[in-house]
Design a protein around this ligand. Structure first.
Ligand SMILES: NC(=O)c1ccc[n+]([C@@H]2O[C@H](COP(=O)([O-])OP(=O)(O)OC[C@H]3O[C@@H](n4cnc5c(N)ncnc54)[C@H](OP(=O)(O)O)[C@@H]3O)[C@@H](O)[C@H]2O)c1
Length: 330
């Protein structure tokens, strides 16, 4: 297939608010020997895109400067070393960047098939949150069936994914969210108890349950000492962002006395091999659950690619529940 030289895309014209996202024309990316090129049908919008836009989360060396960490569409080119995929296959993929565009290149083993029964807009919502939740909650924190998970921001893209995944693997899930409506949706997704953090203290709720084995946190700041109180002995705190602050004064005695583990990670700077291993585990353990309908993406809203600024404004308003996607093709 002959690809065009140029494509529609949305770039970050300068660090700033949503208005700095600007429709542009860019060259179509070429695939390296182990890459695929995808004609993007839909691109997922994630909070890290907004951080990158604001100048607080630089693209790693070698990655596209265009935002967009996940997409779904049709493969239009495969590198010489790629054996798994063929031109015409429909995939969803984790991207090093560049999803807000008609075409994007990514390592072939960061792509996964579109789960049976899911549409391309649904599939575009999967990679960033499923890679993040699987690698942090299951691979890093080792959540097991019967254990208790507390996930903050339960109505977020990450939160809705974590609630469903942990429930599907037999954990008890507690979560926090900022409104009664968000709490209701979290409980419908499988959370045993959603705590409206504006009205209730999650520490008290978790302590009454004997404490959390694992906490997935994106807030940080004042939540860090409270998370430590909410953990049980041998509990694990996984930090994936700091919406409030990365800095806090902390008494580490409880970490020692109750043998706690504090860990965390960001997905984007990890090696291609590490991401390929996450993809492999997801395909084996989680993709069958998506195909059977046991879990699925929670969709908030869809915007045209050129309306990416409006999509970011909605995400930053925190009015959304679940995932926001950009329609790129057609
Ligand atoms: N480490 C990684 O690799 C990685 C990868 C992807 C995403 N992330 C991070 O994970 C977080 C979620 O990402 P996303 O794309 O799912 O974003 P999102 O849908 O915009 O989620 C952010 C959520 O945070 C909640 N929130 C904001 N301030 C809060 C506070 N003070 N206390 C409690 N909850 C608060 C909001 O819910 P309420 O309205 O209920 O407050 C909102 O739903 C982001 O911080 C993102 O940067 C990390």
């Amino acid at each position: 297939m002959t690809l065009p030289d140029a494509m529609r895309a949305v770039e970050i014209s300068q660090p700033g608010g949503p208005e700095v996202l600007r429709p542009v024309t860019r060259p179509v990316p070429e695939s390296g020997p182990s890459d695929i090129v995808i004609r993007v049908a839909w691109a997922g919008v994630n909070r890290p895109d907004a951080l990158q836009r604001a100048g607080a989360y630089a693209a790693p060396p070698g990655a596209s400067d265009l935002p967009g960490l996940e997409a779904a569409g049709e493969i239009v080119a495969v590198g010489a070393e790629v054996t798994r995929w063929q031109v015409g296959d429909h995939v969803c993929a984790l991207l090093p960047g560049g999803g807000y565009a008609e075409f994007v290149a990514t390592p072939a083993d960061h792509a996964l098939p579109v789960p049976a029964g899911l549409t391309l807009d649904q599939a575009a919502c999967l990679p960033e949150t499923f890679f993040t939740v699987w690698s942090n909650v299951f691979m890093r924190a080792g959540l097991r069936a019967g254990e208790t998970l507390l996930v903050h921001g339960g109505s977020s893209g990450i939160g809705t994914t974590a609630i469903q995944l942990a429930t599907a693997f037999g954990a008890r899930v507690f979560t926090t969210a900022g409104t009664a409506e968000k709490c209701q949706i979290c409980e419908r997704l499988g959370a045993e108890r959603a705590i409206n953090y504006r009205e209730e203290d999650f520490v008290e709720v978790l302590k009454a349950e004997g404490g959390a084995h694992v906490i997935l946190d994106m807030v940080g700041g004042s939540y860090i000492p409270r998370n430590i109180k909410a953990l049980r002995t041998e509990g694990r705190l996984v930090q994936i962002a700091f919406l409030e602050s990365p800095k806090v004064e902390l008494n580490f005695a409880q970490v020692m006395l109750r043998r706690l583990t504090i860990t965390g990670s960001t997905l984007r700077p990890q090696s291609d091999a590490a991401k390929a291993e996450i993809a492999r585990q997801l395909e084996e353990k989680v993709w069958p659950l998506l195909a059977s309908g046991d879990l699925g993406p929670v969709m908030d809203s869809e915007f045209a690619l050129e309306d990416a600024a409006r999509a970011h404004a909605r995400m930053e308003s925190s009015a959304h529940i679940g995932k926001i996607v950009l329609k790129v093709a057609g």
